[in-house]
Write a protein that binds this ligand. Structure first.
Ligand code: GSH
Length: 209
């Protein structure tokens, strides 16, 4: 059985949401960040950076939330969560999937690190919140939210062909932004899109509500 290493509600939710969409059976290992479990030798053998998520299967162990989602979806082509390789839809799928980790995560984390992250969990220890960096995170997030809003103007999902793994990845960015106080509501098209994603039963199972 697949084993997911997670500590909700962080980026491990992307993997959980994909597992729920695909109907894959899995077990959950909570890596308690408040107890430093991410830094144990046992967990570092699974994820050398000591962050979540990581996924252990009969055949492989892997980390990186986006890579895990893409791999799981490839293992279940019958669920149609990824367009055919080599098509223009696949190009859009790659683009938005990578956009999630390369362009959405950094400003969201920059904002979180400089507003909500408890001082005792700052890296390196002793670092203080920096209001300038928080503002930069907010502005960079807004720029990217505008780009997504334009892409979603006349469609329900990022791909013309409908819901895909790219929506799981960007949808989690919307969740995280909302969760830490970055206003998705300033971007009505993106907010409506996120609202549609939240209606999905698999989303509700993954995010607990
Ligand atoms: N690029 C990685 C980032 C993973 C990551 O940084 N996860 C955070 C939670 S969102 C974490 O585990 N942080 C542990 C810590 O800050 O000590 C991915 O997308 O999987």
């Amino acid at each position: 059985m697949m084993e997911l290493y997670e500590w909700p509600p962080v980026r491990s939710q992307r993997a959980r949401w994909a597992l729920e969409e695909l109907g894959v059976e899995y077990s959950s290992h909570l890596v308690d960040m408040t107890q430093g479990q991410q830094n144990t030798e046992a967990y570092r053998a699974i994820h050398p950076l000591g962050v979540v998520p990581a996924l252990k299967t009969d055949g492989y162990t892997m980390f990186e939330s986006v890579a895990i989602v893409l791999q799981l979806i490839d293992e279940h082509p019958e669920k149609n969560l990824a367009p055919a390789v080599g098509t223009s839809e696949r190009a859009a799928y790659y683009q938005w999937s990578v956009f999630a980790c390369a362009e959405m995560d950094p400003p969201v984390m920059m904002f979180f690190d400089n507003t909500m992250r408890p001082l005792e969990h700052m890296h390196p220890p002793g670092t203080q919140h920096d209001a300038g960096l928080a503002e930069r995170g907010r502005n960079d997030f807004a720029t990217r939210a505008d780009i997504l809003s334009k892409a979603l103007k006349n469609r329900d999902h990022l791909l013309e062909s409908g819901f895909s793994g790219a929506d799981i990845l960007i949808g989690h960015s919307c969740f995280m932004a909302t969760h830490i106080g970055l206003p998705v509501s300033d971007h009505p098209t993106l907010e409506a899109y996120y609202g549609r994603l939240q209606q999905r039963p698999a989303y509700q199972r993954a995010y607990g509500g």
